[in-house]
Design a protein around this ligand. Structure first.
Ligand SMILES: [Zn+2]
Ligand SMILES: [Zn+2]
Length: 276
């Protein structure tokens, strides 16, 4: 059933892109530069293949892991829900009942129109993984962006090294020069796009925010300013606590997409108020 998610054109395009980048980097640029059989060539190929494999593994995790759906039996804690409802109303954020699912929405959950369900700690619905990015697959999504950025940067560096080694000004044919320049530009553009996305999610993680909450926060800040108050994102704990709430407390496992044993049920989230 989950495998059906792979039957989509954007996912096919991602596979195609990964395949083309790997082929070009390994069999054209590294091969042309030092040769895959040389020690420098095999070392660079090994580093690149490791990054590409981690990227592909994270991609599979993103597609196959359920982002986290609201259990049918979910009923909010009344005391907490009243306080939060007031807080939400004050900040102009939507109510905690989903009209479409006719169920209660836990804090940070949102209804996804594509998945037609409420998703826990929903970040956004991603076309490229044909799945929502939510509580259970957010770490895998972050790792996907991280490894894809590193892989693209590595590939760009390989192209630059290869082009400078071959000294195309003097020895390359016209067609070859165009191919090198086009490949270099494509990989550099891809690295910039992915790097920007990575920077965005690093920002969100260190502020313990989702993409939806960021945009809700803009509106809430504006409403708060209008009434002479200030707005603070309710789940912003501290720099380190925000990071470990996504990556986990065990630092050696920070870079592994499926190391999510620190996640609980995604129905309640600590706030600075809990510590005071
Ligand atoms: Zn819903
Ligand atoms: Zn969705």
């Amino acid at each position: 059933m989950k495998c059906e998610r792979f039957l989509s054109i954007p996912i096919f395009m991602v596979f195609l892109l990964i395949g083309v980048v790997c082929y070009v980097t390994l069999f054209i640029f590294i091969e042309d530069w030092v040769g895959l059989k040389s020690s420098a060539g095999s070392l660079n190929a090994l580093i690149f293949i490791s990054l590409a494999s981690l990227c592909l593994f994270s991609f599979f995790c993103c597609v196959l892991i359920d982002p986290g759906y609201v259990p049918a039996s979910y009923v909010p804690d009344i005391e907490d829900s009243e306080a939060s409802d007031q807080e939400l109303k004050k900040n102009g954020i939507s109510s905690r009942r989903c009209d479409k699912c006719s169920t209660y929405k836990p804090p940070r959950a949102h209804h996804c129109r594509v998945c037609r369900r409420c998703v826990l700690r929903m970040d956004h619905h991603c076309l490229w993984i044909n799945n929502c990015v939510g509580y259970w697959n957010y770490k895998a999504f972050f790792m996907l962006v991280l490894y894809a950025t590193l892989g693209c940067l590595y590939s760009t560096v390989m192209i630059i090294y290869c082009a400078s080694y071959k000294d195309l000004e003097y020895s390359g044919s016209g067609g070859l020069k165009v191919f090198y320049v086009m490949s270099g530009l494509m990989m550099a553009s891809l690295s910039i796009m992915l790097g920007t996305l990575l920077g965005w999610h690093v920002y969100l993680i260190i502020h313990n925010m989702t993409t939806i909450e960021y945009y809700e926060g803009i509106r809430a800040s504006w409403l708060a300013r209008k009434s002479g108050q200030s707005y603070r994102h309710p789940y912003n704990l501290s720099f380190y606590k925000n990071i470990i709430s996504v990556l986990g407390p065990n630092m050696p496992k920070w870079l592994w997409p499926t190391a999510v044993s620190h996640l609980k049920d995604g129905l309640i989230f600590p706030t600075p108020r809990d510590n005071s």
